[in-house]
Design a protein around this ligand. Structure first.
Ligand code: FUL
Length: 696
């Protein structure tokens, strides 16, 4: 008995001696709801609503509830797919800009209750909340403030309805983890049949303070998303990436929905006043909504993996959109892509290599075990290594018993005390020499670095600059398998196609007759000519492992060898070739301060049967002149023109992908793309790449 008492005494003296205060928080810190949200990391967006049935990205609001008619809607399938993909939640478009409500809201007749689905007795939000519960997933709701259907949109009565809709969603469906407010406010709409343009002031109209209060009152644990929070922020693009430098803090009071300086959302503000971490939202397909024509454009595994490393790997969360189809199911192709993506990520992070290794810090807070280096490899996110108050530069060195191959580093700061690290480098001891692998800036909740595989005896992380003493909760090391990537297809103006893969050991096989390529198909050796429309199918093949990638298909049309730009409405004709050079990364633009609609005329060099055209918007970092409304004309002589198609490239500004527009078969030698409306203040139009869809 005595010995235990003595032991207890010694232990308590020891622990009272080593009680060193934790570092003081630095800058704004996350709330509990933030911390819970950071842990969610990877979750699904589901765009499923009226647009699914009208094949639109933005409905006008003039649609009829009778058009909402899924044939086999099964929210359990969505939940199963999300769960098996490793996602932890689903955010559903309860109401998109067209105003149609997926639940029987009392505020409007424009809801599922007037649709044929379940004889008007359905409530999709209820179904989904039950499905999420069954699969242990969190539920979030997207509620568009802009409502192109509501007759009272623009008046205070609409705002009252909007708030009531929010109340309904946050009261009747159990816990909600995220409320998503879209910043888009386009102006024109159906608005009860008036079909007019209604402008509101984004900053004041929706009474954001009151909106936030409603969420806090009904769902205190939910985070609120918008361009600028108040809790979490848009990342400033819909392509799926955050900047390498990514602060979870921002000068929030400067931001409002539709903020023109949105590029700053990509990296946050180092001197931020509020915790406002970035959510990276992107779709698994070109569109947010399902379009059968995009069935072949489901993002490839390499593309999804890239997005993973550029979102979660850069201190963001990853909200991946699944456009549920007209049946009401996640399409088979999307399911296959999600599965393949998950197994890739699982393989990358299969075996952690730092755990249990010797780890030494250059400084330890108060010399206290509580803050010692091994806290970063104990697998416990609640413990962390910390340095003394005056130490903002320090290092951690991990030693292996024998040379060990590594190519991934995962770091996490102890964010309950704020985001601190401003600059760090990664070094490796290879053959008794220290080499610098990478120097980077921020870490935050999570940062992952990818680097060439090297065989090291030691790994050192040097923290070079920090806002205060260091507080690092986690360090992980991995050796991810070699990446077998689908070949990248590029083509030049003469029609020659080049296929490339990053790894020279990987072989490429292809077909041009529609059949599935195998390692017995034509082996790619050098660039080859394609002159007429075909679907090019390719695989990459690792002959050592006898493993191949999934088949990727690329529609290729006539070669542009004899194409000439014959006329431009302004600007330099000679430079306009950049719009038909087969490279969407280059562009041609009309003159700047122009007030008339701009057009480009192309001579195809021969008469072709056309069934459509393609338009790549400009791919510049800071784009301008994107055509949002177009007219496409055809002619056999370049003088007499007929309109082949006219319409809107919906959401093209946020999602700058190739637009493929089909029309009735027509013979033509000349084509003209006219920019009826563009993004920007003038009529300046830009053209990344123009192509045709032709048939025999
Ligand atoms: C955008 C919307 O306009 C798109 O339609 C989509 O919902 C996307 C997630 O946000 O701002």
């Amino acid at each position: 008995m005595k010995i235990y008492t003595l032991l207890f005494f010694i232990l308590s003296v020891a622990s009272s001696c080593t009680k060193v205060a934790p570092p003081k928080p630095v800058g704004p810190i996350p709330s509990d709801r933030h911390l819970a949200w950071h842990d969610v990391e990877y979750y699904a967006f589901v765009h499923f609503n009226m647009n699914t049935f009208t094949d639109m990205e933005w409905g006008t609001g003039g649609e009829k509830p009778s058009q909402f008619n899924p044939s086999a809607l099964d929210t359990k399938q969505w939940a199963k797919v999300a769960k098996e993909a490793g996602m932890k939640g689903i955010i559903i478009t309860a109401k998109h800009h067209d105003g149609f409500c997926l639940w029987p809201s009392k505020t409007t007749e424009h809801t599922v209750k007037n649709s044929p689905w379940k004889g008007g007795k359905g409530d999709l939000i209820k179904d989904l909340s039950q499905a999420c519960k069954a699969y242990d997933l969190k539920l979030g709701v997207y509620l568009s403030p802009w409502d192109r259907n509501a007759a009272n949109y623009g008046s205070p009565e609409y705002v009252a309805d909007f708030h009531e809709q929010l109340r309904e969603l946050l009261t009747n469906y159990g816990p909600i983890f995220e409320v998503w407010f879209d910043g888009a406010n386009g102006g024109s709409g159906y608005y009860g049949g008036t079909n007019e343009i209604r402008k509101i002031d984004n900053k004041t109209y929706y009474e954001w303070d009151k909106t936030t209060e409603i969420v806090r009152e009904l769902q205190p644990n939910a985070v609120i998303f918008s361009d600028g929070g108040p809790d979490i922020r848009w990342v400033g693009n819909e392509d799926g990436w955050a900047n390498e430098t990514n602060w979870s803090i921002m000068r929030r009071d400067e931001i409002y929905p539709g903020w023109p300086r949105y590029v700053e959302l990509r990296s946050g503000h180092e001197d931020g006043t509020h915790w406002l971490p970035a959510e990276v939202n992107t779709s698994i397909r070109p569109g947010w909504y399902y379009h059968a024509r995009e069935d072949h454009q489901v993002k490839s595994v390499p593309r999804l993996v890239k997005t993973y490393y550029e979102s979660i790997g850069r201190n963001g969360s990853f909200l991946l959109n699944l456009p549920v189809d007209t049946r009401g199911l996640v399409h088979e192709r999307d399911v296959a892509a999600l599965k393949a993506f998950k197994s890739h990520i699982d393989a990358d992070f299969k075996t952690e290599l730092a755990g249990g290794k010797q780890i030494v810090a250059s400084d330890t807070r108060g010399g206290d075990k509580m803050y010692s280096a091994n806290k970063v490899i104990d697998g416990d996110p609640a413990t962390y290594w910390a340095t003394n108050d005056n130490v903002t530069k320090a290092s951690l060195t991990i030693s292996f018993k024998r040379p060990t191959e590594v190519n991934r580093l995962l770091l996490q700061e102890y964010i309950p005390l704020g985001q601190r690290v401003k600059r760090f480098s990664l070094e490796a001891n290879v053959d008794d020499k220290w080499v610098v692998i990478d120097t980077q800036t921020t870490i935050g909740y999570k940062r992952i670095l990818k680097f060439e595989t090297l065989s090291a005896t030691q790994i050192r992380i040097k923290f070079l600059d920090s806002k205060g003493p260091l507080a690092i909760s986690n360090v992980e090391l991995y050796r991810a398998p070699n990446f077998l990537v689908e070949p990248k297809v590029s083509r030049n103006k003469d029609g020659f196609v080049t296929l490339t893969v990053p790894n020279n050991d990987v072989e490429i096989y292809y077909t041009l007759d529609g059949s599935e390529p195998t390692s017995a198909s034509t082996k790619y050796e050098q660039a080859f000519l394609i002159e007429h429309p075909v679907v090019l199918k390719t695989i990459s093949y690792d002959s050592k492992l006898k493993k191949s990638t999934a088949v990727s298909s690329t529609p290729i049309d006539v070669s542009k060898k004899n194409w000439k730009v014959s006329q431009v409405s302004s600007g330099k004709l000679a430079e306009a070739v950049l719009a038909i050079d087969e490279d969407p990364q280059t562009f041609w633009a009309s003159e700047k301060d122009i007030t008339d609609p701009q057009a480009i005329t192309i001579d195809l060099g021969e008469s072709l049967n056309l069934v459509g055209f393609t338009y790549w918007p400009i791919q510049e970092r800071y784009p301008f002149g994107i055509i949002t409304n177009y007219e496409f004309l055809v002619s056999s002589d370049g003088k007499n023109w007929t309109q082949a198609s006219k319409g809107e490239f919906s959401n093209i500004v946020n999602s700058r992908l190739e637009q493929r527009i089909n029309f009735k078969k027509t013979k033509a030698r000349f084509i003209k793309l006219k920019a009826v409306r563009v993004s920007g203040d003038t009529m300046q139009a830009s053209f990344g790449e123009i192509g045709v869809i032709s048939s025999k």
